[in-house]
Each structure stands twice: as C-alpha cells, then as structure tokens.
Design a protein around this ligand. Structure first.
Ligand SMILES: O=C(O)/C=C(\CC(=O)C(=O)O)C(=O)O
Length: 311
C-alpha cells in the first residue's frame, strides 16, 4: 500500500516508499549494534519539509524508525539530517529526544547558528554535522562557511560527515584534508562499482583513508551503489554482489574506522526499495568475522557517538 505525506505536501513523482514488513534478518546482529545511518522524514504535518528541498518524501516517523530498529535487532540509531529538512533539525532532534538515549544525531547547520543553539543540539544528542556535496540534493555552500562551522563544532568534540560522488573527490581533496575533526564519509564516497575495485577512482578513496587517520567511512548503501544486484528482495541472501568487494576492502583495511547503517527510509531510490531485513544479511559478506562485525556495528559507532559508554 502506498504511504502518505501529511500536511501540505505531495510526494515527488515516482517516489518509492520504504518497505513494509521487512524480513527478520538471518544474520544475528551482535548485542548493542548501532544503525549508524538512518533518517526520519517529518511527518510533514508536524515537521514541515524545507522550502529549499530537492525532493518531497513519504513520511517516515520516529516511531516507525524505532519499530524497525527493534525488528532488525539493533540497539541504537544515528539519525542523520536529510536534505528534505534543510537546516531545520527539529524532526531529527525530536527523534533523538524521544529515543530514551538510544539515538544520537547528525545535524545540518548554517553559519548563523548561535553557540547556544549548538549547545541545545548537543544536549539533544547531536554529535556531528553533515556537509553535502551531491549536487542533485543541495545548493552550493561556500567552503569558508563550512570551514567556519567545522572549527566551531570541533570545540564540542563533534565530527563532520561528508557526502559526495567519487568523481568529485579530487577537487574536494584539499578541503576535506584540512578539516580539523574526525571526518566520516557517507557510502564509501559513492564509487562507480562498474569501474571495479582496483580502479583509479577507488584507489584514490583508499589513499584518502590511508593517508588521513581521521577519515572514517560508512560502508552502507549497497542498494544505491549496485549496478547488477541482485536486489535485496524475495529472500535474496547474497544481494548486491558487485558492491561486496568495495565494502569488504574498506572493512578489512580500516576495521577501526568503519560504520554501517540501513539508510532507512532510503530517499531517492529509483528502481526498487530493499527489504531492510535482507540488507542486514548483506553485513556478513562485507565483515566476515565476528571481530570485524563487532567493530563495525558496536565498537566504532559507540566510540564516535557514545564515547562516555564505549569500552
Ligand atoms: O540518505 C542518503 O544517505 C542518501 C541520499 C539522500 C540524502 O543524503 C539526503 O536527502 O540527505 C541520496 O543519495 O539521495
């Protein structure tokens, strides 16, 4: 059944709604596992979508996110501000506050934010800001504004999450490598997997991580990166095989600097919507040992988002 968008909003034409009734994963997540990349959308009637947004999604509430967390076997979430909410962080903050300490957040902020507002975000559970360079999602923000924000949030012990396409890494390199914080790359910098894991493009990404110990990567979103599938649908236990070598390479070379997340509710997918239970079953293909799984799903996200509890 198609899902709705409440308030004065109409979903973008062709919008794919998140999957209803996901499978129970066959892979059993380690105790304390963190879904370190997911979003909430609205609901629009309560938390209006931003005027500058590039898409209007179906609603995806905090209650629906928490139900998915429990169903899949995660203990915690990191809720990342989605561009459809611009720099209005209220929906993400509301989810963090309602989670009883089980969610932390990544915000989008402008240079006009006051120190007091940053403190309020911190108190709500925000531990990072996201800088988005994907042109179909956001308008350009000057780098001096971003660097100024990075300097301010560094003082709070936060990190910067960056989202970009692989072809843009060379031109963004100098900016990224001068950021003063831990830097977390979304979705491995979106490699073109048809070029192969030994391509120059992916080698540059690995070099970026190798030469900069403050750079981490989310090895998430195979459903976005895959060219040949198979899709995580209909019980498929070996989905997105073309993405596995990329994520596995990153997990094995940088086991202490990787994170994983569902990316629920999967904004802007074009051809299919994955079954989130089967997406979880992707994890042992990229992190084949219990030790790698524990680092990816528990130790690393706890160190970054709940350092006061990390062992
Ligand atoms: O959810 C993601 O990570 C990826 C997105 C959406 C996004 O980043 C956003 O709207 O903020 C994408 O590739 O369209």
């Amino acid at each position: 059944m198609s899902k709705t968008t409440s308030g004065d909003f109409t979903k973008t034409t062709g919008w794919l709604d998140w999957y209803t009734g996901p499978a129970k994963p066959q892979f059993q997540l380690p105790a304390g596992a963190v879904d370190a990349h997911c979003h909430v959308f609205g609901p629009g009637a309560e938390f209006p979508y931003a005027p500058e947004r590039k898409y209007t999604p179906c609603d995806a509430s905090k209650a629906q996110l928490f139900a998915l967390r429990d169903h899949l076997g995660f203990a915690r979430n990191v809720v990342v501000q989605a561009t459809c909410h611009g720099a209005d962080n209220r929906a993400m903050v509301d989810a963090c506050l309602a989670s009883g300490g089980k969610a932390r957040g990544v915000a989008t902020v402008r240079r006009t934010i006051t120190d007091q507002e940053l403190q309020q975000l911190h108190a709500a559970g925000v531990r990072g800001v996201r800088f988005n360079f994907v042109k179909r999602l956001v308008d350009f923000t000057p780098k001096d504004e971003l660097m100024e924000i990075a300097g301010r949030i560094a003082k709070l012990g936060w990190h910067v999450v960056i989202y970009f396409e692989a072809v843009d890494l060379p031109q963004l390199w100098d900016f990224f490598t001068s950021l003063p914080t831990t830097v977390v790359v979304d979705h491995m910098g979106r490699p073109d997997v048809t070029k192969g894991v030994d391509s120059e493009e992916f080698a540059l990404f690995l070099k970026f991580m190798r030469e900069h110990p403050n750079v981490w990567s989310k090895v998430s979103c195979p459903e976005r990166l895959s060219a040949t599938g198979p899709q995580a649908l209909d019980g498929e236990q070996a989905a997105y095989r073309d993405v596995v070598p990329f994520a596995r390479r990153v997990v094995e070379e940088f086991p202490d600097r990787v994170l994983w997340g569902t990316d629920w509710p999967h904004p802007n997918l074009k051809d299919h919507m994955p079954d989130d239970g089967l997406l979880v079953d992707f994890i042992p293909h990229i992190a084949p040992t219990p030790e790698l799984q524990r680092k990816l799903l528990v130790d690393n996200p706890m160190r970054l988002y709940w350092p006061e509890e990390a062992s």
